[in-house]
Design a protein around this ligand. Sequence first.
Ligand code: MEV
Length: 350
Amino acid sequence: MTVSSAPGKVYLFGEHAVVYGEPAVPCAIERRATVSVEPREDDRIRVEARDLSLDGFTVEYSGATDGHPDVNVPTPLVEAAMGYIDAAVEQALDAADSREVGFDITVESDIPLGAGLGSSAAVVVAGIDAATRALGVDLDAEEIADRAYRAEYEVQDGQASRADTFCSAMGGAVRVEGDDCRTLDAPNLPFVVGFDGGAGDTGALVAGVRELKERYEFAADTVETIGDIVREGERLLADADPADAPDDELLAELGNLMDFNHGLLEALGVSSRSLDNMVWGARMAGADGAKLTGAGGGGCIVALDPTPETETGLRFTPGCEDVFRAELATEGVRVEAERAVDFRGEREDA
Ligand code: MEV
């Protein structure tokens, strides 16, 4: 059995605008998806997904990917999750130049599905790493990021940037602008995440922004302004010492930019009542700034606060179902256990 894990992420700045070539800064967080892979004798794929959850949000599924799982989350989300796993397997078979191999796959994740924390990217990244290793092929993190992007691009009908997958593969804070992906030396920011228990439909939300942008020049300007916010945020991060805890002034300035970024995402129609409630709950509790993270429509917000006040405030905010502090995950994709199988089924422990 080969087991790999990869982290989820929050967007400090820049989601949606990144789809149109503006820069974005996502940060990997210590919530991981773990994928276990065991090659099979036949060419079938069997997927078992456990705990794709935070509280109140669980999928239990066991069976072939074309089966009908018994779940307590909307079926489209489960179908999407299975689509990502299929696409990851395709990429792994392609990397290993093999078509004949099947897999038993188990997915465990503490990143809620479709909630803006990069669950699909983490599953795809960990899945490609585990499946290629199981076939005796060792890809570096950048190649995994590239293949994971291709998998997401396919599942999301071309509506995906490289941000989520690059961040999950590399870990830490990253900067993505079109095909230009880099890691950043950033201080460990005091992220607090609020989750409304729901999810958004990334494809529909991205399509909605595209429509607005094509219809109104001011919507296109809004997307460009998000890019300006990201560039300003990058300057602040570049001046900070990554080894030190961020000082109050830096947090206040980053927080202002996050607030601005949320306002523009709201204007582009990707926020929701519960996301806005949580953003205001965090601000009223004294957060330096707060914004939705990811595609929006429901799911998570991210706030900056080194004190416990925002966590407490969010616990009392209507619509907020879960709150947690998210540490920066400095490690991206990593192998947890490894046993390669050659194509004739002979095992080599590594
Ligand atoms: C989704 O996590 C982030 C979006 O910017 C889409 C993407 O970058 O692929 C909305």
